[in-house]
Write a protein that binds this ligand. Structure first.
Ligand SMILES: [Zn+2]
Ligand SMILES: [Zn+2]
Ligand SMILES: [Zn+2]
Length: 347
């Protein structure tokens, strides 16, 4: 995330709705990636005006009422049930932060109704009121459980599932991994170098998904999974490995940008660099890649590990658990490299 500024020069943040210095109401312009006063040819998204859950803007001349994020919603929670508005607001904030990353990567985000091939729709629903629904992805539709916005509910589930971390933002990133996979890989010929690269790095995704998940929930992750997977869940099936890796790539991408924009650089920290083998950050050989791109990814990832060490040390000083409870092994670096390649296909 970057820092934003008001027309008066004051610092603004991605979630800002008012400038605390000049008092102007402000919102986020997703096309220009900046904060603007609500005036000067821009108006607030209808979900901001009507429900106070969105701070994104539209051009005043726009014929639609909803912003680039809210227009992707196919189902929103039942607002007749009082706690839902607060949970929905938290959910939308995580969704906007996630979508900004995809927009920065120039990934087009049409709605499913506009483009049944590449489009996306969100169903944000209470899964405790309708237990037949679960958070997940199916053919362009991301279902997100509204209860994930409830800290207690989410932490209980995190502990029950033995997860190191569980956040709304992480859910959005994970499910977008399934969506991006569907937009890219099944459309390629089997012999296509990118499809072959997926097979080489993530394994055979044609193994039965339902029985793989059943096995995972019955037996857990294999011993020593940390060397090969970014999370225990990633070991369940190549599709989940991809989605977890993609989510992790977006997490590093956003966090790294945040550090950089705040002037925190890996090189300026008084920490030794954790050296990853350069070959672990190279794309599979059948994919044409410049050595320059591999070297720059390698440097980026090593700098990130340095920044993550710093963040972990600071959170230990707060008496909190590690903020970044992950290990980037050479195998995982190779997976992140492929996610990096796919993330930049639209640029
Ligand atoms: Zn201002
Ligand atoms: Zn909106
Ligand atoms: Zn998944």
């Amino acid at each position: 995330m970057k820092q934003f500024h008001c027309t008066c020069g004051n610092l603004l943040f991605f979630d800002s709705v008012t400038c605390l210095r000049c008092g102007q109401n402000v919102g986020y312009d997703a096309v220009a990636d900046l904060m603007r006063p609500i005036s000067q040819g821009f108006r607030l998204c209808a979900n901001g005006v009507g429900h106070g859950v969105c701070n994104w803007l539209l051009p005043a001349s726009s014929r639609t009422e909803l912003c680039a994020s809210c227009r992707l919603n196919r189902t929103i929670p039942d607002l007749g049930h009082p706690p839902n508005l607060g949970y929905w607001s938290i959910t939308e904030a995580a969704k906007r932060r996630h979508l900004r990353t995809l927009l920065c990567l120039r990934i087009p985000l049409p709605t499913l109704a506009e483009d049944p091939q590449n489009g996306l729709a969100y169903d944000i629903v209470s899964t405790s009121r309708d237990p037949a629904l679960t958070t997940g992805y199916l053919r362009g539709v991301i279902t997100l459980s509204l209860e994930e916005a409830d800290d207690t509910w989410r932490q209980i589930n995190r502990q029950l599932l033995g997860e190191a971390s569980r956040t709304l933002l992480g859910h959005f990133r994970h499910e977008s991994g399934h969506h991006i996979w569907e937009r890219v890989f099944p459309r390629l010929d089997w012999a296509h170098p990118l499809r072959q690269a997926f097979f080489e790095v993530f394994g055979d995704h044609t193994i039965d998904y339902a029985s793989a998940l059943q096995r995972h929930y019955r037996q857990g992750a294999p011993q020593g999974w940390q060397q090969n997977y970014i999370s225990a869940y990633a070991s369940s099936h190549p599709w989940e490995d991809w989605a977890e890796t993609w989510a992790h790539y977006l997490q590093i991408f956003d966090s790294f940008e945040t550090c950089q924009n705040l002037g925190i650089r890996g090189g300026s920290l008084d920490l030794p660099l954790v050296i990853l083998p350069l070959e672990s950050c190279a794309l599979p050989q059948n994919l044409a890649s410049s050595q320059e791109a591999d070297v720059s990814f390698h440097a980026w990832l090593q700098r990130w590990i340095c920044l993550a060490t710093m963040l972990n040390e600071v959170t230990r000083s707060f008496g909190s658990p590690f903020l970044y409870p992950y290990i980037i092994s050479p195998v995982i670096a190779g997976k992140l490299r492929l996610a990096h390649h796919v993330a930049h296909l639209w640029e």
